[in-house]
Write a protein that binds this ligand. Structure first.
Ligand SMILES: Cc1ncc(COP(=O)(O)O)c(C=O)c1O
Length: 375
């Protein structure tokens, strides 16, 4: 299935020409496997931004698109859901966790959690929160793992565990079942803790399970959600979505203090409405997942490479010999995941085509047949 065109018409109806956009020398269109946020913007999202570009409206969220977004999140996530659009996923996580915890609070999460590994310490530096991590081989917390850090309540010497933060789909491309999320929420609530879900790729998890978004969040007892957007075709934008209002204080003040309140918020909200109003979130996530499944099947068929994680969302984790990774890197970008054992992450996006995947698989097969350079 071909991907959607990654261009849009300009105001005068013409198409921007590669190499001549605003004096910027743009590269020929190509699709990498580094991250789903290497992808461009879904054309339907760009259209929504253009449609919101009418006249003056009040700034900072007092606009019709932000109002419509509230209806959209209620339809997707239940009657209590309230959305606070923000600029990026790190910001969503920091605002959410800060709103859920007192100054002395701590967050239980995995060692691989984005909040721990990839936010430059923002929850600690900006949020002033302590992260209590546990190793989780496939990226998924379990009640047993949570119990390793959820202790010391009332002990003034210990940062107080107040939130369990899980990522869905996980940083390792795995997906929690609703039962698994429910078990974590039940445990947390029994301990007087709350549950935050980093849903940068919630759509991919829901697409994998064939379930609505609320079946993985609200219906399981998740209290606050960082709802993804950018990785699934937005130009820029995510949202803190409060599912239980009793779980937070001062989200709107923290969003501003954390520099996550866009003045022209209508353009962030309009994108989120475009993504979640209908089934764009699902169509896009299904395509990314399908591309990863195709890639995984092709790698398995080669019969010689070790895939280190189940492929449940849109990422494939595979160990590559050094000369093979180097050969692929002549054409594509992708991330090293573990430099000590050669594991790389190959991530697909909403616009990754079958052809993109097959090109990579051909190059992979070719590189595997070649001898490593003696030098
Ligand atoms: C699991 C997860 N959470 C959150 C984010 C958001 O990050 P950013 O601040 O780059 O939008 C990412 C992006 O890589 C992610 O993978």
């Amino acid at each position: 299935m071909p991907g959607p065109a990654l261009s849009c018409t300009t105001n005068d109806g013409s198409r921007p020409v590669v190499g001549q956009t605003g004096g910027v020398s743009t590269p020929a269109p190509s699709r990498h496997f580094a991250s789903d946020n290497y992808a461009g913007v879904h054309p339907e999202v760009l259209q929504a931004v253009a449609a919101a570009n009418v006249g003056h409206v009040p700034a900072y969220g007092d606009d019709p698109w932000t109002e419509r977004l509230q209806e959209v999140v209620r339809a997707q996530l239940g009657d209590t859901a309230v959305a606070y659009p923000v600029l990026n996923g790190t910001g969503a996580n920091v605002v959410a966790l800060q709103a859920m915890l007192p100054r002395w609070g701590a967050v239980v999460c995995t060692e691989a959690a984005h909040v721990h590994t990839d936010e430059n310490g923002a929850p600690e530096r900006v949020g002033g929160l302590k992260l209590l991590t546990v190793p989780a081989a496939d990226g998924r917390l379990t009640p047993e793992l949570v119990a390793r850090q959820a202790w010391g309540f009332g002990d003034v010497h210990r940062a107080q565990p107040g939130v369990v933060s899980i990522t869905q789909a996980t940083e390792l491309g795995t997906v929690y079942t609703p039962e698994a999320v429910r078990a974590l929420c039940d445990q947390a609530h029994e301990l007087g803790m709350r549950v935050h879900l980093d849903g940068a790729r919630l759509a991919n998890a829901a697409a994998h399970l064939g379930l609505p978004l609320r079946a993985l969040t609200t219906d399981c007892g998740v209290d606050v959600l960082s709802l993804g957007g950018t990785k699934n075709g937005l130009l820029l934008g995510e949202a803190v979505v409060v599912l239980d209002p009793a779980a937070v204080t001062g989200v709107e003040y923290l969003r501003k203090a954390d520099m996550q309140l866009a003045s022209k918020l209508r353009f962030v909200s309009a994108q989120l409405v475009a993504l979640y109003e209908g089934d764009l979130w699902l169509r896009s996530a299904q395509r990314a997942n399908a591309a990863a499944a195709r890639l995984r099947a092709g790698i398995d068929a080669l019969g010689v490479l070790e895939v280190t994680q189940p492929t449940e969302a849109n990422a494939v984790f595979v160990r590559l010999p050094g000369h093979v990774a180097a050969a692929l890197r002549r054409r594509w970008r992708f991330y090293d995941w573990d430099v000590t054992d050669g594991t790389v992450r190959l991530m697909c996006a909403f616009d990754t085509t079958d052809e993109d995947v097959d090109d990579l698989l051909v190059a992979l097969a070719t590189a595997l047949r070649e001898e490593p350079d003696a030098g």
